[in-house]
Structures are given as C-alpha cells and as structure tokens.
Ligand binder design. Sequence first.
Ligand code: HEC
Length: 211
Amino acid sequence: MPNDPNTSRPEGSRSDEGSTLYGRTHDQLIQGHRYDGIKEYDNPMPGWWIWIFWGSIAFSVVYFVGITWFDFVDTYEDDLAQSQEALAIQRAEYAEANPTFEATPASLAEFIGNSDRTASGEETYQSLCASCHGDKGQGVIGPNLTDPYWIHGGTNMDIFNILTEGVAEKGMPAWDASLRPEERAELVAFIQSIQGTEPEGAKAPEGERME
Ligand code: HEC
C-alpha cells in the first residue's frame, strides 16, 4: 500500500538521517493514535535537548557525590571560609602597611626627642594651636605650654589625653577627630621640646607645678 496514511511520510519532512542537533527524525505515525483526524508522530526529542537532559542528570550525580562525600565541590561554607581567609590576609597586609599608633607611655616616649617627630609636631602646632597658645607656646587665650605648671598634668600621656579630649567648657578643642594619633603624639613631642624655654611675654603660670 504505497499511500497508506499510517506509514507514508508527509511531504517536505526530514529524512531519517540523524544529526547531533536534531536527533533522528522518523516521522512515523504512532499506530492507532488518530483522533478526529489528528495524527501523532513518533519523533524523538531533538538531539540538543537530549544532550542537555542527560548532561544535567550526569552533572547532578557528579555534583551530589562531590559535595556530599568526596569534597571536590565546594559548599557554601567552604566558599565563605575561603573568602574570609582572603579577607583576613588582606586586612593583615593593610594593617602591616598602615600600622595604627596606640598611645602608651612607651610609644609616646619614642616620639620625645625625635627631631623629625618634633618638627612635624611644630608644623601642626603653628597652624592649629599657635592662635591660642602663642607661636612659642608662651600662652594667649590658652595657657603657657613652656612652664612646668599644668592644669591637666604634664606627663606625655596627660598631654596626649588633653589633646584627644579637649576641655570644651574652657575653649580647648578636642582633636581626636581632626588629628591622627601620630599627629597628636608629634604635638606632645613638640610641647615637651619647648619646656623651659621661657619665651618673651610668657603667660603667668596656671595649674600646679610638676616636674
Ligand atoms: C581655641 C583656642 C585653643 C586652641 C585652638 C587650642 N587650645 Fe589648647 N587650650 C586652650 C585653653 C583655653 C586651654 C585651657 C583649658 C583649661 O583651662 O582646662 C587649653 C589647654 C591646653 C593644654 C593643657 C594645658 C595644661 O596646663 O594642662 C594643652 C597641652 C593644649 N591646650 C595644647 C593644645 C594644642 C597642642 C593645640 C593645637 C592642636 C591646642 N591646644 C589648641 C585653648 C586652645
């Protein structure tokens, strides 16, 4: 029966040759699947679809085994731990490149008598402090910083702390926001360097005498 509608191929249909992309095209009618004149062909899924289908299943098996037992697939926790490790290294490198200065009697003592530190302290002093304490520390609105009399104490730590906190009610600004700890320590070095210089026009002593 050359024209049997159950076996003949519709015109213009593809041949039976297979291709990776489209799979095999049989264009064979499924026997008995005819309803109200609608026929069903038994054509396989396209090759690319089958590849993705089986590929996904194979991948899921490898992935499941890898993440569950053999540890060759990283879990979320692994990824997180790795990132945190990388971050810790980066932070350590940054901290090493930018050491933060912590004011202690010992760390401040290293600044005292250091000519570079004293010189940069003087620079800061002339631009920010001279207006109130005088260009030589002789005192104007603020007290004389060259005599051994101190309102808030004359140790390196005392001076550092008063620079940090200021004395708001007396008009001495707090410098913690505008000067880095190193810069404040340099100011301590400068103030200690002008101790006993007895500049002209020195303001009368304020506070208690300390040596
Ligand atoms: C606006 C004015 C003003 C400026 C600017 C200022 N000071 Fe003062 N400073 C004062 C006054 C006023 C006091 C006294 C506070 C008190 O009586 O408790 C003081 C107190 C101090 C003291 C404590 C003195 C003591 O006898 O205990 C130090 C140290 C000091 N200033 C350093 C500085 C340095 C360093 C700077 C610059 C970074 C500075 N000050 C900028 C007004 C100023």
